[in-house]
Design a protein around this ligand. Structure first.
Ligand SMILES: NC(=O)c1ccc[n+]([C@@H]2O[C@H](COP(=O)([O-])OP(=O)(O)OC[C@H]3O[C@@H](n4cnc5c(N)ncnc54)[C@H](OP(=O)(O)O)[C@@H]3O)[C@@H](O)[C@H]2O)c1
Length: 309
């Protein structure tokens, strides 16, 4: 059972390297080993390793830049998973792929959350990143469904944090540099740990479930402003000192913080289907609440800062 992991240097990819450290027959590939923009090379790499399981943690994730790099975004987010799916369908293997809340058109109102069965798109209402990720999902489903012996799991997630650049790290950095901060308070989502997402990949390939899309987020919900306050207050409790007091974080509407690509107001994904899968395992597992996971992450960040001093 050989496993090929793409995107090894991303947030989820690094977490997969840790989670799969004891696993035999696993090969991790990053940009250096296989530039995914060269799809011929990708095909050769897959042929050479002939994996039974592919975990695709790679993606074109630069949401704003994608608006002007449509071709590359589609190549990495649509063509690459298509090629992976073709191989998996051929060998009756398993493909685990990560996707995003950006495939939805933001028509549901908070606190309603999106179900796997809710229609994604329509494509015209999404930014290029969302369009390309949706096209990737569709390609995987279309190809893998041709072979019922092939398994595919598309784990849609939101607000990922891990070993890489992310909102929580940015807030902690800005809190050391500034005395005041403005943070958007009307966009809602669920912060999701890269480690938990990597752990889910292991659960899926070790415990085959019904192929399809699974919304992979912890329980609860928050907005960017609340998350910033939560993370900074937590870091203070773990002993980090800041220039900024959280009473000086100003909650602003998203309209006051315009970005090139549109951001969803509602990124809430309903995780009931994943919960049922996790409860059905031989060793049933529960989905954590986002704040427990963020607390652990902040503690880890603060202790790494202390060790560097
Ligand atoms: N980050 C979020 O908030 C978020 C939210 C929802 C869903 N997701 C999804 O979750 C998954 C993992 O996200 P993440 O946060 O771990 O992403 P990430 O940190 O941006 O990692 C993506 C990885 O893909 C690699 N990659 C991109 N283009 C490549 C190319 N041409 N050749 C080879 N490798 C290439 C990158 O390589 P380099 O390191 O060399 O650039 C990077 O290591 C993605 O499918 C993403 O769409 C993420």
């Amino acid at each position: 059972m050989s496993i090929l992991v793409f995107g090894k240097d991303g947030q989820v990819g690094k977490a997969l390297q840790i989670q799969l450290a004891g696993q035999n027959d696993v090969i991790f590939l990053g940009r250096e080993e296989c530039d995914l923009a060269n799809t011929q090379n990708l095909k050769k790499t897959i042929e050479h390793h002939n994996p039974h399981i592919i975990i695709n943690a790679s993606a074109y994730t630069a949401v704003d830049k994608a608006q002007t790099e449509k071709e590359l975004a589609f190549k990495i987010n649509e063509k690459v998973p298509r090629i992976m799916a073709e191989h998996i369908a051929q060998v009756s293997g398993t493909l685990i792929h990560y996707s995003t809340d950006y495939v939805f058109d933001d028509t549901k109102s908070v606190p309603e959350s999106y179900l796997e069965t809710d229609p994604a798109g329509p494509i015209e209402s999404l930014g290029i990143y969302g369009q390309s990720k949706l096209a990737g999902e569709e390609a995987i489903q279309k190809i893998c469904q041709k072979n019922p012996s092939a398994n595919f799991y598309i784990l849609r997630t939101s607000w990922v944090y891990g070993d890489g650049n992310n909102f929580i790290k940015t807030m902690l950095r800005l809190a050391t540099e500034r005395e005041q901060l403005k943070v958007v308070c009307d966009q809602w989502g669920v912060p999701t740990s890269a480690h938990w997402l990597a752990h889910l990949a292991l659960l899926f390939f070790r415990n085959p479930a019904t192929s399809g899309i699974y919304h992979a987020v912890p329980h609860g919900r928050t907005n960017w402003y609340e998350l910033a306050v939560f993370a900074i207050e937590a870091a203070k409790r773990f002993g980090q000192s800041f220039q900024l007091e959280t009473k000086n974080i100003v909650a602003i509407p998203a309209t006051e913080y315009p970005l090139t690509a549109p951001r969803p107001y509602n990124s809430l994904l309903n995780n009931n289907k994943l919960e049922r899968f996790m409860a059905s395992l031989p060793y049933p597992q529960i989905i954590p609440h986002w704040d427990e996971e963020v607390l652990q992450y902040v503690e880890h960040l603060v202790s790494s800062v202390k060790q560097q001093k």
